[in-house]
Design a protein around this ligand. Structure first.
Ligand code: PRP
Ligand code: URA
Length: 215
C-alpha cells in the first residue's frame, strides 16, 4: 500500500498552523480547506488522463483531461472539513457520505449514516482528516469496496503508525495520502503530537477546543 506523505513546504506550513492549539475554529476551517487542496493534488496525480485537443483563441493546443468518474466520500463529521476543497477542484464530482463515531472507551467506530452513490468503476476520494487506530478508515473502505469502485484513495491530514499499519493489513489496495506520519497514539486513541480532536476544532464544539480528555 503506497503511503504518500505530502512534504510540500506549503502543506507543512498549513499543517503547522492547524496543529497550533491557538488556532481558532474559523481559521482552522480555512487552513483545513487549503491543506486539503494540497493533498488532493497529490492524490489525483496518478489518475488516468487522456490527451485532448483544445482550441485556444490563437490555435489548437494539446492538453490532458482526467478520465475517471470521481466520487468524494467524507467520513462524518470531521471529513466535512475537507469536502469543499474537493468540490471546488472537481465541481462535477459525486458525493457520498459515511457517518461514523468512535466510541471513547473501545475506540471502535459505530455507523450512524451511510448514503453512497453507485461506485461501479469509479475512483473514490475517501476523506477523513485523522487516521488514528484506523478503525474508521478501514470500516469506510470496506463499505465502499463492497460497491465495486475501480480504486479508493484515502486522504487524511495526519496519520498515526497504528492506523497506517491497519490500512496496510486490511486494505493494502488503498493508497494513503497524508501531510504527516506522526509518532504514536495516546491510550485514549489521540494522535501524538497530532492536533487534538479535529471535529471539535473544526466545529468549535468543545470548550477544550480539541484537546483530548484525560484518559
Ligand atoms: C475522528 C476522526 C476519524 C476517527 C479516527 O472521528 O475524524 O473519523 O476519529 O480515529 P480512528 O482511526 O481511531 O478510527 P470521531 O469518531 O471523533 O467523530 P467526529 O468526526 O464526529 O468528531
Ligand atoms: N480523532 C481526532 O479527531 N483526533 C485524533 O487525534 C484521533 C482521532
Amino acid at each position: 500500500m503506497p503511503l504518500v506523505v505530502v512534504d510540500h513546504p506549503l502543506a507543512q506550513h498549513l499543517l503547522t498552523r492547524l496543529r497550533d492549539v491557538g488556532t481558532p475554529p474559523p481559521l482552522f476551517r480555512t487552513l483545513a480547506k487549503r491543506l486539503t487542496i494540497a493533498l488532493i493534488l497529490e492524490a489525483v496525480r496518478a489518475l488516468p488522463s487522456v490527451e485532448v485537443e483544445v482550441q485556444t483563441p490563437l490555435e489548437t493546443a494539446r492538453g490532458r483531461t482526467i478520465t475517471p468518474d470521481l466520487v468524494a466520500v467524507p467520513i462524518l463529521r470531521a471529513g466535512l472539513g475537507m469536502l469543499e476543497a474537493v468540490t471546488e477542484l472537481f465541481p462535477e464530482i459525486t458525493v457520498g457520505y459515511i457517518g461514523l463515531e468512535r466510541d471513547d472507551a473501545t475506540l471502535r467506530p459505530t455507523s450512524y449514516y451511510e448514503k453512497l452513490p453507485p461506485m461501479d468503476g469509479r475512483h473514490v476520494l475517501l476523506l477523513d482528516p485523522m487516521l488514528a487506530t484506523g478503525g474508521s478508515a478501514t470500516r469506510a473502505c470496506t463499505s465502499i469496496a463492497a460497491k465495486g469502485p475501480a480504486q479508493i484513495s484515502f486522504v487524511c491530514v495526519v496519520a498515526a503508525p497504528q492506523g497506517v499499519a491497519r490500512m496496510e493489513a486490511e486494505h493494502p489496495e488503498v493508497p494513503v495520502f497524508t501531510a504527516a506520519l506522526d509518532r504514536d497514539l495516546t491510550d485514549n486513541g489521540y494522535i501524538l503530537p497530532g492536533l487534538g480532536d479535529f471535529g471539535d476544532r473544526l466545529f468549535g464544539t468543545e470548550p477544550h477546543l480539541g484537546a483530548p480528555p484525560n484518559p
